[in-house]
Design a protein around this ligand. Structure first.
Ligand SMILES: [Zn+2]
Ligand SMILES: [Zn+2]
Length: 265
């Protein structure tokens, strides 16, 4: 099965990811305008008709901004838990009932040729989930907003061949920057976001030969840079004696523009 992944946008301005095979595709989050989603997919020669549904991680606007129009214009089904739907439907009432698909945590469902499972992660929304997606012998885990990696999330991350994980902020930039104290506290907390050191150290502990692609996602505009993410990861891996094999690739996802298409084969 030919498999591709593309990040259309990643970060606090908006998140949207595409995963597809030769026949169908799915989106993970719709945190940019539906016009941008359609435009970016068109630029990559991915017809909208290929999209079979959108998976939603949580109700923060950088993950659902484009959901209402996207589902309305394309009568696209959207999948998330009943609890997250409840939190979305209060401010976004125009989402048609026909598009609402309720899923249960840790229960597999089938969509577009993928077997998909959701699992809870620690973040300050009503509920936040990550996704573990099986496509043939490939296993993809996507976790973009989480303050710390609990045992459950770690299990799904460790099972992945292809991992999208947050590396949100550089600890020094955040602590010394001009965000108000309550916001710093929120981001640093177990229900906030993962910092570069946290992500790098976790990855150093779990990396194995089966993990061939790591995409570092959801970088902060004000408290991070791709250079700092790389530098922290390189330093941590060096200290822990980890040398990447030739098949193992690290990609830092762009904040507001699509990242080059990544082949999972
Ligand atoms: Zn977010
Ligand atoms: Zn969030």
């Amino acid at each position: 099965m030919k498999l591709i992944f593309c990040s259309l946008s990643s970060g606090s301005d908006g998140n949207c990811y595409y995963l597809g095979n030769e026949f169908h595709g799915i989106l993970i989050d719709a945190g940019i305008s539906s016009t941008s989603i359609r435009k970016f997919l068109k630029n990559m020669d991915i017809p909208m008709e290929k999209i079979m549904g959108v998976l939603i991680t949580h109700n923060h606007s950088d993950h659902i901004k484009g959901l209402e129009l996207l589902t309305r214009k394309n009568t696209l089904p959207a999948f998330t838990t009943a609890k997250i739907w409840e939190s979305i439907l209060t401010p976004y009432r125009k989402i048609s009932n026909d598009c609402i698909r309720k899923i249960s945590l840790k229960q597999k469902f089938h969509l577009a040729g993928f077997d998909i499972e959701s699992f809870p992660v620690s973040h300050d929304a009503t509920e936040t989930i990550g996704f573990h997606i099986c496509a043939g012998d490939k296993k993809i885990t996507i976790v973009t907003d989480l303050g710390h990696i609990c045992q459950t999330a770690a299990t799904y991350i460790k099972a992945a061949n292809f991992l999208v994980i947050e590396s949100n902020y550089d600890e020094e930039m955040l602590v010394n920057g001009n965000y108000p104290p309550y916001l710093k506290e929120r981001i640093l907390s177990d229900h906030g976001h993962l910092g570069n050191k946290q992500t790098a150290s976790f990855l150093a502990g779990i990396i194995n030969d089966n993990l061939s692609n790591i995409c570092l996602a959801h970088l902060s505009k004000n408290n991070n840079s791709p250079e700092l993410v790389f530098k922290t990861l390189k330093k941590t891996f060096l200290e822990r004696g980890i040398i990447l094999k030739s098949h193992q690739k690290i990609t830092i996802l762009n904040r507001n523009i699509p990242t080059d298409i990544i082949s999972l084969n």
